[in-house]
Every structure is written in C-alpha cells, then in structure tokens.
Design a protein around this ligand. Sequence first.
Ligand code: ADP
Length: 689
Amino acid sequence: MGLPHGLTAMPMQIASILFTVPLPEPFDYAVPEGMMMEEGSIVRAPLGATLRTGVVWALKAGDAYPRERLDKLKPIAEVRPAPPLRAPLRGLIDWAARYLVTAQGNLLAMVLRSREALEEGPFESLLQASATPPAKLTAQRAAVLEAAHQPIRRADLSATTGASAAVISGLIKVGALDVMQVPVDQPFATPDPHHAPAGLSPDQAAAADMITDAVATHSFAPVLLDGVTGSGKTEVYLEAVARTLAAEPDAQVLIMLPEIALSQAVLSRIEARFGARPVEWHSDVQSAARRRAWREIAAGRARIVIGARSALFLPYANLRLIVVDEEHDGSYKQDEGLHYHARDLAVVRAKFEQACVVLASATPSLETAINAGQGRYQRIVLPARYGVATLPEVELIDMKVHRPEPDHWISPPLRAAMADTLARGEQSLLFLNRRGFAPVVLCRACGHKMKAPDTDSWLVEHRYARRLVCHLTGYSIPKPDRCPQCGTIGGLTSVGPGVERIAVEAAETFPQARVAVLSSDTVQGPAALRAMIEAMEKGEIDILIGTQIVAKGHNFPGLTLVGVVDADLGLQGGDPRAGERTFQLLSQVAGRAGRADRPGRAMIQTHYPEAEALQALVRGDRDGFIHAEQQGRMAMGLPPYGRMASLVIQGQDPAKLDEVVRAAGQAAPHVAGVNVWGPAAPPLSVLRG
Ligand code: ADP
C-alpha cells in the first residue's frame, strides 16, 4: 500500500551530528533514504557553505519530530569509509567537554586528528605473475615472472631483474603479469606475548598477577603500581601486557609515556620483549604514519600502542589496559590550547571502556597517593630494587657551610666524592635543571642586565652556540662585545651556572675525566640522545652533566655518584606543587645512582637543608613527605582538596589593562566557598610584547 502523497519525502531517521569545529553541541540532519549509518558513524554534512566532517551522536525516528522543523533539515551528504566511533569514546568526549569546560567539537577534533584516515586509500599498484605464462618465454621474461611470484612494486621488479620498462609492459599486455591495487597502509607486525618473557621475582610475579586479575574483571579497575626506581615496574607491566594480549586475541593496550622523545629505552624494551615494535603516536609521527596508526588502531589490529598525551583520544576497538608510566610527571598536563591532564583522562577513559588502568611511579603524585590511600585505587607495591641493588644513600650539603670557590659551583665534599668515584673507575652524574652556560649576563660597569626586547625575562648565555637566548620565545642574539647600555667593552659578565658552565668546571677540576653535557641544546634529536645514553651506558663518559632529561628511566650500570648542583631551584616560585615536584625530581635523579651490585651515593647541594622535601629525601621517607604535603594542602584548601581557576587578562596598554583587571576583580561574585584572590601581576608579565 502506497503512502499518502506528501509523506514519501519524510525522512525515516534524524541524525544529530557533532562536527569537528568549536561548537558546543550536535545539530540535526535528515538521513537520506537508503543511506546506512549507526551512532558513531563518521559522515560529511553541510554546515554553513561547506561540507564538514562530523560524527553521528544520536539517531532518532523521524515521526516523532515536529513536522515544520523536519522540512528544514538538510540531508547528510555521505558516510565516510571508516569504522564508527564507539560509545565509550563518545562518552569520554561528552564527559571531558563538561569537565574541561570546552566545546564538544574541540574534543572530537582531537579524536579525528588524522583526516586522511577517513578517506579511501591511498593505493599503490603492485605486479604479480598470473597463472597464464606468455607464449614466448625468454630468459629475461622468466626471471621477471620468478621475481614477481609475490606482489612487487614495478620499480623494485625492474631494479632486481634489470628488465626494461618495455619487457615489463609486454608481460602485462599478454596477461602474464597482473596489476593489483593494494592499500599503502599495511598492518603492523603483531607483537608476540611469548617472544622473550622475563623471569620475574616473587614480588614482581605477585604484582603482575594482581594486574592480570584486574584486567580480567572486565570492569573499571584503577591500580597504582608503586615501586622504587629499579624495582622492575616496567618489567611487571610488560608482563601484564603480555598476558592481556595472550588472553584475548583482540585486546589492545595503550602505554603512555611522559615524553616520547626520551623514551627510546622503553621502546627498545618493548620490541625486545614482544619481537615487534609498538605502534607510536606522538607529535613527531608524520601524517602518513599517523594515518596508518589511526586506521590500524580503529580496526583493532594495532595491539600495543605507545604514546604521548594525545594517544588517549585514539579510536581503540577494544582497549583493555592503559599504563601511565611515571604518572607523576608534569608533562602529562597540557597547558596550551585544550587544557587537560592526561593521567586523569586516562583514568576516565578506562572507566568508560570498563578497563584496567595502571598508574606507575616511584614517587606518585599527591592526587594518586590520596586516591590509593582512600581505597579508590588498588595499590600494588614493589618493595625493593630488583636483584641485589640497594637505593643510594642521600646526603645534604649545606652550601652556607661548604662554600665553593668564587665562580665555582661544586662544593668541596662533592668534589672529593667525584674524585673517589673517578679513581674507582665509576661514573658521576651532576644534575642541574638549567640549560646553557649562565642564566644572567650583566655589565660590571653599569649593572645593566641583558634582557629580551619584547619579553620580561633575562637572556641566557649559551657558550657552545656563542649566543644569548630567550628560553621563552627562542629570540637570540650573538653575545655583544660591549654593553648596549653604557658601551663599556668587555664589561659583560656571566652570572650563575647552567649545565655548560658546570661542565667547564668539571673539566678543569678533573682534566683526565671524559666529561659530557646532556641537555636539549647539546643533544639534538632522538638519535643523538640515544648515542649519548649508549656512551654513558658503555662507560665511555666519566662525568655526565645534565638537565632533567637525565632524570628519566635510564639505566647506567657504572653510575654510582649523583650530585645535585642546586636543589633550591625548584623550591622557589609560587607553584603549590613546587615542594612535591622537587621531591619527585630529586628522588628520580638520586635513584639513578647505584645499580646491580654497586651501591650508590647521592649528594644534594642546598642553602635550605631544613626544607621538608629535602629532609624527607634523606630519611627515605616518601610517605612521610606525602603525608605532610597532604596536611598542608588540606589546610590551605589547595588541590586536590580545593579547585583553582585562574582568569588571565592580557593587553598591550598597561593603564587600560590595570583598569580592566581591577574592574574584573570587583565584579567577581561573592559566593560562599569561593575565594577570589588578586588581581596580581603574573611572575612573568611581558611575553612577545
Ligand atoms: P623500574 O621501571 O621500576 O625503574 P625496571 O623494570 O626498569 O624498573 O627494572 C630495573 C632494571 O632491573 C632493568 O635493567 C631491568 O631490566 C632489571 N630487571 C628488573 N626486573 C627484572 C627481572 N625480573 N629479570 C631481569 N631483569 C630485571
């Protein structure tokens, strides 16, 4: 029976579509008859004057829709050839948009980062010998067909056989070679969970069992894997990954690392353990690799993904386990563009996926420690270093008492310890979280300090590059011969140390030692970084001087002495997490000393030996430190006991800015439980003008 005239045009279905543009909510469209889609389908639909990519957020029946609005709906243009976004990921987007106070469309844009993954192809043509041999079979033709017994690129075929273009074209023409269109993106090598298992210690095996059990529940299971540096956390979570992959043929695992560029060691360990490289996702991955990774992850074939923050937003088909390694690391927090904390979102993603999330650290963040303490997260403890390795002994050097010579920064006790270490043929590491040669350059005659023209910060002297550099904007100039203020020649003097200056001092003090500097200026690119780390591992460096790059995850068997040049750097400034950060960073650095059978020693130079973070380090009392911090934060209503929001107002006219800022301060609502502070000038008030 035909429908009454006029109803035939009525769409059967309405789709609410969320676009990848900063819009707060989905819009309704008509689903053309015969177009197949489901919730999560990736489509293109008209928005304004253009067709845009979006995702079907909801499907509704057309008959419940008000007639007059129905007629105005535009139709969806097409469904893209990519798998639909699954409900857990859509749920994460909805949740995160509210939590992060941003448009849903902004989050969707992060998910659909690889535009090319949503297209067909690209394809390439490959040649393969067909079942019909040519009537005339010359020796050369036979060689070509032999080489093409499996699919091969035309260029490779002529290169391997020396056959001319005419010979190959001739074989195609007579039907002896088939031309096939094959997708360029091929699946990644599959990791083998049984490739090279580690023999775990009883503690490690127990920890791996607990994580495996948590994964097997198929429900949200947050876990803190708490173990000192070198206790085998990586070994344990890799075992849990192996068992997860072995138990479920389509399970996927995400391993998050704070800085992928620094994580070559973990990448190599994964490759050695599973016989295949994990799929990488971070800002250095180029667009073709990104397209392939996105597709393979969405198809569920990429099984181990190793990534930075943004890997959280990938369209996993069946994500069973997320590992957040070094969960306390500050670089998990993204402070530009979309502000989010990847560790927190990892937990939320696991919740939507009903999956296990392992937060691994030797120095858990206060937030995580509190969650574990209150029983919201399961705590799994690895109590000791693997094997016979013991934790280093930590000593504080009071710089008010043990003064170095003028323009020197290595105190006598540290110098003596370095000499002993060198004499034993062992390695020292000096840590200073400051790049360059000297943080300030000033004129001895007039006191003028060299400053960036458009930014409110001192220029840092880089001796290797012979330039003065602004670390905030990258602005740089050659170091001038005369003071730009008073014109005195040769009056500019370098004040304070950076790693380059400590290297000069170390080389002067120990002329026989091999000294190297590891910082982002001296080692450029992952390959150079790996080379220096390998040189250190092989004992080709006696004294390594480094910024925080050296703090992470490396394993130097010959390193027995760690000297912290200036522990006070991190304690200054207004960040409520300054104490926590200092504690974490210094315990990571100190933890580098002593592995295997050689005990290590860590010496920390400070003007404030009474500081709680430093005292706790000496006592080896991490939990005592966390407890004290917790009490302090609670008393002050600081996170995680209170939430803070900052309103940043910027402008180029100081008088006008002042006026607006004051008005904003006065307009702030007076609500019980909300304290308004300020207005106040930020620590750095001029940036790029
Ligand atoms: P963490 O991640 O806690 O710092 P790692 O997993 O990196 O610890 O282990 C520290 C060192 O000890 C590494 O060199 C690692 O290979 C070694 N190690 C740990 N557990 C084992 C084990 N069960 N078998 C062999 N080596 C191990």
